[in-house]
Design a protein around this ligand. Structure first.
Ligand SMILES: [Zn+2]
Length: 305
């Protein structure tokens, strides 16, 4: 329920607090779709090592050029690798939510990674890098998923570079909002114009102008660091092709039955029970429907905790 503040503007803090409490109660590592896609026995091996963490906006969960000690699997938070230039400016390289994880460079043998900042608050699970690396080196399901995710993330980073150079701020903002919605539950986003400007590498005033245009068109409402998207279709009409280019790649690599079938038939044999599990995994591993009013249901825990 919304609370009116003195300026007669809706105050979403109580509403968000309630949502957070509910999310916390239903949290499981399986709320991260990468972990939801793991076969039960792989998940069981890792389950006890996961630590539930809250991630606050602006918090650096990993500092640049330092060894990765923990790998994070967001469940409701959205994080972003961030590059900071010497003059103090920052640019977001990509965004990662419940479809992925951080600390990729460590798994690939690189050791360190860019700084990772929390873009939208929420929860997630972290696990010691050494533990996850051992699982990765088993060359099983996790490795296949992780490599597919890396390829999808590379596409997102490349397309971001194209977008920043060739498309105007309004189109970039639409892309950013749609991608953020795809990685969160519902239609609410907590972020300021300043945060978005940093993420896009543009001036805050440009974001404010673009957001005002979208608000006037009835697509969004912005209030005190809180964005509500009313008309997702309106954003889709205004967004550049970069959004669909990236989405198609995520779909092809991570969210299609065909890709998943090829992944699960790799290092494992086939039994009837295993086949049933694979079917469940494929059903779980779908792109979320984040259209207005639709919530992503918590992924079922297979009772391996
Ligand atoms: Zn673009």
């Amino acid at each position: 329920m919304l609370v009116k503040n003195q300026g007669n503007q809706p105050d979403h803090r109580e509403e968000m607090h309630q949502i957070e409490k509910e999310m916390f109660l239903f949290e499981s590592p399986r709320n991260n779709r990468m972990l939801a896609a793991l076969p039960a026995e792989d998940y069981k091996r890792l389950r006890s090592y996961f630590e539930h963490v809250r991630m606050s906006p602006g918090q650096f969960i990993h500092e640049a050029a330092t060894p990765v000690t923990y790998v994070y699997f967001p469940t409701s938070a959205i994080v972003a690798p961030l590059y900071e230039v010497k003059n103090g400016a920052s640019v977001q390289l990509a965004i990662v939510g419940s479809e992925g994880f951080t600390g990729i460079s460590s798994l690939l043998g690189g050791g360190s990674s860019p700084g990772i900042v929390v873009q939208a608050p929420g929860y997630g699970y972290r696990i010691k890098e050494k533990i996850l690396k051992m699982e990765f080196e088993r060359q099983g399901f996790l490795q296949q998923l992780a490599l597919h995710f890396v390829q999808a993330l590379m596409t997102q980073m490349a397309q971001n570079a194209v977008c920043n150079r060739h498309h105007n701020v309004e189109k970039q903002l639409c892309r950013f909002l749609l991608m953020s919605l795809d990685r969160s539950s519902g239609r609410e986003l907590q972020m300021t114009h300043e945060q978005i400007a940093i993420m896009l590498g543009v001036r805050r005033e440009s974001v404010t102008q673009a957001a005002l245009k979208l608000q006037t068109a009835g697509a969004i409402r912005y209030s005190r660091g809180h964005i509500t998207v009313f008309e997702r279709e309106e954003l889709k009409k205004s967004v550049c092709e970069c959004y669909s280019v990236v989405n198609k790649e995520y779909e092809r690599l991570l969210w299609t039955r065909r890709t998943h079938r090829s992944a699960v038939h790799g290092p494992w044999g086939g039994t009837k029970g295993r086949q049933r599990e694979r079917t469940m995994v494929r059903k779980l591993w779908r792109a979320p429907d984040c259209s207005a009013g639709n919530q992503i249901s918590p992924s079922p825990d297979f009772g391996s905790s």
